[in-house]
Design a protein around this ligand. Structure first.
Ligand code: AP5
Ligand code: MG
Length: 216
């Protein structure tokens, strides 16, 4: 299965991608996690990425596509779940070409739709593990021990781009770029809209049922 997850910041892309990957044994390629890993390296491209992410703006397409290309090539035979990529029409077109050349087209694109007021609550309580990158929420998806990752015992942190001013820019950027992307995948008959306003379990049940159906 080769899937891409779309949705506004905080929609639950990372949360649901992790579920899909665990259930179906697929690699998880999160554009945000890949960029944050690059950002930590003290290289010229790491510094360039930092400026974009920390201000909530998109990293330029050429840089994002080249990072994703190198990862995709190494996992494509196993299938994959893309989380946060593509985000622009140009990224989507490059992805189509890339996967066509690897004879591995997308199986489907899942669009997680969430009302803005629901997103605000999700952002306010998000905590992440800096080691294994697991995502939690202080009320909605708490770890077993407050502030501690269930998997490796690391202290959970707040993502620097979850500051309210940066979140505003991220949401505005999303709304500015999403329509042509949705149109592109709708025309390709790959898009599947999911109401992602419910609980993690409710959203996961809908996704799992759909994936089992298309996997038959
Ligand atoms: P990225 O890391 O992808 O951030 P994002 O798209 O803004 O999405 P988030 O990770 O914030 O949210 P999510 O949808 O994964 O939700 P989550 O599962 O965490 O990208 C960061 C930056 O990198 C971008 O701003 C940009 O600068 C750059 N970038 C990334 N990709 C790029 C690209 N392709 N091109 C150019 N630049 C790019 O859930 C959120 C919270 O809600 C969590 O606390 C979770 O526990 C909770 N939660 C999740 N689902 C539910 C639910 N159903 N009910 C209750 N709580 C829930
Ligand atoms: Mg995420």
């Amino acid at each position: 299965m080769r899937l891409a997850l779309l949705g506004p910041p905080g929609a639950g892309k990372g949360t649901q991608a992790a579920r899909i990957c665990e259930a179906f044994g697929l690699p998880h390629l999160s554009s945000g996690d890949l960029l944050r890993a690059e950002k930590l390296k003290n290289t010229p491209s790491g510094k360039r990425i930092r400026d974009y992410i920390d201000s909530g703006r998109f990293v330029p397409d050429d840089l994002m596509i080249s990072i994703m290309r190198s990862k995709l090539v190494s996992v494509v035979r196993q299938g994959f779940v893309l989380d946060g990529f593509p985000r622009t029409l140009s990224q989507a077109e490059s992805l189509t070409e890339m996967l066509a050349s690897l004879e591995s087209p997308l199986t489907g694109v899942i669009n997680l739709a969430v009302a803005p007021e629901v997103l605000t609550r999700r952002f306010e309580g998000r905590r992440v593990c800096p080691v294994c990158l697991s995502v939690y929420h202080v009320d909605l998806m708490p770890p077993q021990r407050e502030g501690i990752c269930d998997h490796d015992g690391a202290a959970l942190v707040i993502r620097p781009d979850d500051m309210p001013a940066v979140v505003r820019t991220r949401i505005e950027t999303y709304h500015y770029t999403i329509s042509p992307l949705l149109e592109y995948y709708r025309k390709a008959r790959l898009l599947w809209d999911v109401d992602a306003s419910g609980s993690v379990e409710t959203v996961w049940s809908a996704i799992e049922a759909h994936l089992l159906e298309i996997g038959r």
